[in-house]
Design a protein around this ligand. Sequence first.
Ligand SMILES: NC(=O)c1ccc[n+]([C@@H]2O[C@H](COP(=O)([O-])OP(=O)(O)OC[C@H]3O[C@@H](n4cnc5c(N)ncnc54)[C@H](O)[C@@H]3O)[C@@H](O)[C@H]2O)c1
Length: 286
Amino acid sequence: MTDIERVGVVGCGQMGAGIAEVCARAGLDVMVAETTGEALELGRTRLVNSLGKAAQRGKITEEERDVTLDRLAFTTDLGDFADRDLVVEAVIENEQVKTEIFQVLDQVVTRSDAILASNTSSIPLVKLAVATSRPDQVIGIHFFNPAPVQQLVEIIPALTTAEETIKRAEAAVTGLLGKHTIRAQDRSGFVVNALLIPYLLSAIRMFESGIASREDIDNGMEMGCAHPMGPLKLTDLIGLDTVASVAYSMYEEFKEPLYAAPPLLQRMVDAGRLGRKAGAGFYAYS
Ligand SMILES: NC(=O)c1ccc[n+]([C@@H]2O[C@H](COP(=O)([O-])OP(=O)(O)OC[C@H]3O[C@@H](n4cnc5c(N)ncnc54)[C@H](O)[C@@H]3O)[C@@H](O)[C@H]2O)c1
């Protein structure tokens, strides 16, 4: 049993839209926040298209699509999150931006035992927790991309997180959303990115040094190791800015050379080649 009915999602990019969809499809009342009306419209379109595709593919009926859309509300004012039981922050991987959002959420969310969660891939949860007056209620709930498809969610308690918060978060993610959880300590990269990011960075270094073409690197892992997607395609899917930010946080934490972003990755981010979401990364997308 869980006491979560009203969810807030901050950020409606790739992950925020996916998380909002998962929650709305589970029957929850969902409010999504973005910075500007334009970003909100982009996010809403992302959600409408994703639900439309799910209906076309027969994963949900057209009626379920419409009911799900009715459960979603959109705002540019975090003040509208006052009545939320659970908030999942899913904005860009930037510590300062996330910290400011947690400070605002702490002010506006009125329920005294609301859970304030972050979908961060690498930023220490404890830093977000201590930005609030309720560090015992802050936790990492880390979904995978695309959230409606991927079964896994990492649960990351900060040093300050109460056992009760961990239990309620796990119950909501498994019982309400039907996902599988694994628990990780609050160390940059947690479980999956700690293993994945050095692999992706190694593939970028291999491409950068001219050892093989991007297609041969991806085909190597798809056909040689049965990975569903090669590392350069996967980097494009995640977003090169996100991969670079996660690598930066992991390198800051461990000073492990394998976590250092190769120059090509940073240059591509500087050039705006952020991957699928920008129409270009290691590959071009229409
Ligand atoms: N991309 C992935 O594969 C993946 C997987 C798991 C977790 N994550 C994590 O999820 C988070 C979001 O990643 P993404 O891929 O969705 O990024 P994205 O670039 O697709 O979306 C980020 C969104 O945040 C919005 N935003 C920025 N500042 C905001 C603010 N102050 N208030 C409200 N919205 C704001 C932006 O307008 C944008 O729409 C990051 O912390 C990332 O590390 C990403």
